[in-house]
Design a protein around this ligand. Structure first.
Ligand SMILES: Cc1ncc(C[n+]2csc(CCOP(=O)(O)OP(=O)(O)O)c2C)c(N)n1
Ligand SMILES: [Mg+2]
Length: 317
């Protein structure tokens, strides 16, 4: 593994804590009845989006899923309009019309979430084909879940991406479940082996270890010279699938089999990087204070849906 300097390790920590706190605040507001629809939280998976998006530039594109808040934050989408979007406010990233599952911000290369499981694979294909035709060296990172790899689009798109040699890195976050379906009994073979059958380079990595994900993504970029690449990041979803999930498919102690990626990085910072616990506490405090303030302010913004603007995002002028 390549050495990582202190500044970079600290910036990963800040991104991961921002994602975790953002999600916890959204969870609280959801339970308090402050937002419409449902929301899918990224708690436990923060290291993946963080390590990967840190290696991208603004013009590289990411596509996400229904569980898209972490990817959006890591790619640089500002958190205030994200809160506003999830609360259905006009100040949201998408004018409050998209909601939790459809946060996009093209100014930072975040093409956005997608409520259709497996729906982002064909979009990734089209974007990558356009990039290839342009002859630019941008790349597309297509995030998806384990469940999505059982969709037909996954197989169709891996095949096409491979024969067209498109600049896509497919990142499958195997968080062990698709709603209540256990990946260990729902997936024949393994996700990374599936990609190898399409003659793609494939990696499997510990998704709870930000350093490991960083290193694998660096290797994946190099392998991109030979065609598309797939990374299976093994991770664990700490929260339920969505708010309505009663979590009867797993035991409460299963949680303890998994490392918390933030706790793991914090320990590394304290022991290997000479960061003090006071510094860590200050970072934690500042992030939480800032996000709480943004959430409270965003809640006061104008609602998106009103009789005057309900058709705004449907018809052009
Ligand atoms: C085509 C389609 N089928 C079913 C659903 C309902 N659904 C929403 S999320 C989900 C599970 C997805 O699991 P996975 O791909 O592992 O992502 P995760 O939720 O674990 O991040 C399902 C089945 C959907 N949104 N779209
Ligand atoms: Mg899953």
């Amino acid at each position: 593994m390549q050495p990582i300097d202190k500044k970079r390790a600290l910036s990963w920590y800040q991104t991961m804590v921002t994602i975790r706190d953002f999600e916890n605040i959204i969870d609280d507001k959801n339970r308090a009845g402050k937002l419409y629809g449902t929301t899918h939280l990224y708690n436990g998976q923060e290291a993946i989006a963080t390590a990967i998006c840190d290696q991208l530039v603004t013009t590289d594109l990411i596509l996400s899923t229904h569980r898209n808040h972490g990817h959006a934050i890591a790619k640089g989408t500002p958190t205030y309009p994200m809160f506003a979007e999830i609360f259905g406010k006009q100040t949201g990233t998408n004018g409050g019309h998209g909601g939790s599952m459809h946060i996009s911000d093209l100014t930072v290369g975040n093409v956005g979430g997608n409520g259709i499981v497996g729906g982002n694979y064909p979009v990734a294909l089209g974007l990558a084909q356009a990039i290839k035709m342009d002859g630019s060296d941008r790349l597309v990172v297509c995030f998806s879940g384990d469940g999505a790899t059982n969709e037909g689009t996954f197989h169709e798109c891996l095949n096409l991406a491979s024969i067209w040699r498109l600049p896509i890195i497919f990142v499958v976050e195997n968080n062990q479940y698709a709603m209540s379906s256990d990946a260990s009994v729902m997936i024949a073979g393994s996700i990374s082996e599936r990609a190898k059958n399409y003659q793609m380079t494939a990696f499997k990595v510990d998704g709870q270890d930000v350093f490991a994900v960083n290193d694998v993504f660096r290797q994946a970029r190099q392998a991109l010279a030979n065609g598309p690449v797939l990374i299976e990041a093994v991770t664990y979803r700490f929260k339920g699938h969505s708010r309505s999930d009663s979590e009867q498919y797993r035991t409460p102690d299963e949680f303890f089999n998994w490392e918390d990626p933030i706790k793991k990085l914090r320990e590394v910072l304290l022991t290997d990087y000479d960061v003090s616990s006071e510094e860590i506490a200050l970072i934690d405090e500042n992030i939480y204070r800032q996000l709480s303030m943004e959430a409270e302010t965003a809640l006061l913004d104008e609602d998106a849906v009103s009789p005057e603007n309900i058709w705004k995002a449907v018809y052009s002028d």
